[in-house]
Design a protein around this ligand. Structure first.
Ligand SMILES: Cc1cc2nc3c(=O)[nH]c(=O)nc-3n(C[C@H](O)[C@H](O)[C@H](O)COP(=O)(O)OP(=O)(O)OC[C@H]3O[C@@H](n4cnc5c(N)ncnc54)[C@H](O)[C@@H]3O)c2cc1C
Length: 457
């Protein structure tokens, strides 16, 4: 079969690239080897995790009822019901996506794909597909770093946690990235005893230490047994589960639990694609190397999403897929502007950032102004008893142009979007101060740092 555009992997990047290429009048095929169509975000990533996290946020509020003068005698997780609700919601999303994929706009091949040559891909049943342009969007898979004993010890992955229909008695979480933190708090809130062990000095190490420290404090206050700055010496099975021995602050510490959750990261899914037959090269970190238009080292082959990175974030996977399709078929397009990078961690309190960080700007020796304001001094957050965290705004010293923002605190994932438009439109501090801010809202907290920045200009 001959196609204009062949997409390998029908997740967020692949499906959206296919959709766009079809709208440009191209003949498109999607090859996906998964048992179920939908991709990571719908089936095992964003959507199931956020469904469960929202349920535990409601649970947490119910358990705090007394704080609000309410009588809710007991609130606890009914995991069977939570599991069923999550399955129903995810099932609907997946069905909707499957219908879109099977709408007849694209030819769908349910198979793994492997390159034979730069324009030809073989399916598991021996059929071969040829295409003028190809997109690799095969995502990423769980990775297991060579920690002593990890390979020999049974562990859960995020897929297992997201599929739980009971409350595990105790879990040790290895890792302190976004998935580790979000799901550690989920486990803790449903009633598991949770220990989180992180190698670096702070959890969420890609974020500012100040932001991480707020989440660490919240985790510790909630009762999560959190260990940072550690070195794992041995992971082993025990008659009742697992044990992890690690160095922490010069001492040897051992923690035991029923289950181990490996949340140490993901690696690009390139195995089995025979990329060498296509002339597609990898970067040192194993991701597919691409240029600003998502072209790989074989220029008619593109890559998008987690398989090339640099960030494992859905809206970027979508944008990369669409960019690849537009570029492949000669439509006007611009590279993705990483100065608009938007990131949300769905812990409670959540953490969200947009644009450039203080660390980025300091490293680039770019001067900047910064102002922040704490949620424990703001009317709306006080009445919500949501006192952790702060908002921070970064601006250019001469022009006052907004360069970035960081929020740790209530609704951070929603509030950060107050900056999406202004950043994209290159707005200044004074432009944002001209905007109306309703009282009493969480969003009006931004007026304090904006005014402070305006005074500094
Ligand atoms: C627990 C968890 C929570 C997350 N939460 C968020 C969040 O809240 N927000 C956010 O922005 N991001 C989140 N992410 C990340 C996000 O899910 C990913 O960045 C995104 O889904 C990646 O999309 P993709 O198109 O690159 O890959 P995928 O959606 O993984 O699609 C890859 C597809 O390729 C197929 N495939 C693989 N190999 C082959 C082959 N050889 N031949 C044919 N088909 C193949 C697979 O079957 C799969 O369908 C989360 C991730 C996890 C694990």
């Amino acid at each position: 079969m001959n196609y204009d555009f062949l997409v390998i992997g029908g997740g967020s990047a692949g499906f959206n690239a296919a959709r766009l290429a079809h709208s440009l009048g191209q003949r498109v095929a999607i090859v996906d080897g998964a048992k179920r169509l939908g991709g990571l975000c719908i089936l095992h990533g964003c959507m199931p995790s956020k469904t469960l996290l929202y349920m535990t946020e409601v649970l947490h509020l119910a358990q705090k009822a007394k704080t609000f003068g309410l009588k809710i005698p007991s609130a606890s997780a009914d995991m069977k019901a939570m599991h069923a609700r999550k399955r129903r919601i995810i099932g609907e999303f997946a069905d909707y996506r499957t219908q879109a994929m099977e709408s007849g706009k694209y030819d769908i091949y349910r198979s793994l794909a492997r390159f034979i040559d730069p324009h030809t891909v073989a399916l598991a049943d021996g059929r071969q597909l040829q295409a003028k342009k190809i997109l690799i969007a095969t995502g990423a898979k769980i990775s297991s770093p060579p920690l002593p004993g990890l390979a020999e010890t049974p562990f859960w992955t995020s897929d297992d946690i997201l599929d739980l229909d009971h409350v595990p008695e105790s879990v040790i979480v290895l890792g302190g990235g976004i998935v580790a933190c979000e799901l550690a708090q989920f486990l803790h809130r449903i009633g598991s005893r949770v220990t989180l062990i992180q190698r670096s000095a702070n959890i969420l190490r890609d974020h500012s230490p100040a932001a991480s420290e707020v989440i660490q404090q919240a985790f510790r206050d909630e009762g999560i047994d959190l260990h940072t700055d550690t070195k794992i010496e041995k992971i082993s099975s025990t008659p009742n589960g697992v044990a992890v021995r690690f160095l922490s602050k010069g001492k040897v510490v051992t923690r035991r639990a029923r289950h181990l959750f490996n949340a140490l990261g993901r690696a690009p899914n390139t195995q089995g694609l025979a990329l060498e037959n296509a002339g597609v090269k990898l970067d040192v970190d194993g991701r597919i190397r691409t240029n600003r238009f998502q072209q790989t080292t074989a220029r008619h082959i593109y890559a998008g999403g987690d398989v090339c990175g640099p960030f494992d974030i859905v809206h970027l996977a979508v944008a990369q897929g669409e960019l690849a399709a537009r570029h492949a078929f000669g439509k006007p397009c611009k590279p993705i502007d990483h100065k608009l990078l938007l990131n949300v961690v769905f812990t409670d309190p959540p953490l969200a950032t947009i644009g450039q960080t203080e660390a980025d700007l300091t490293a680039q020796k770019t001067p900047f102004l910064v102002a922040s304001y704490p949620f424990n001094d703001h009317g709306k957050s006080i009445l919500m008893d949501a006192n952790y965290g702060y908002v921070k705004i970064i601006a250019a010293p001469k022009t006052g142009r907004i360069l970035g923002a960081e929020i740790v605190g209530p609704q951070a994932g929603e509030l950060i979007h107050c900056f999406s438009g202004p950043l994209a439109m290159k707005a200044t501090v004074r432009d944002m101060l001209k905007a109306p801010w309703y009282h009493p809202t969480l969003a009006e907290i931004f007026t304090y740092p904006l005014e402070e920045l305006s005074d500094q200009l």
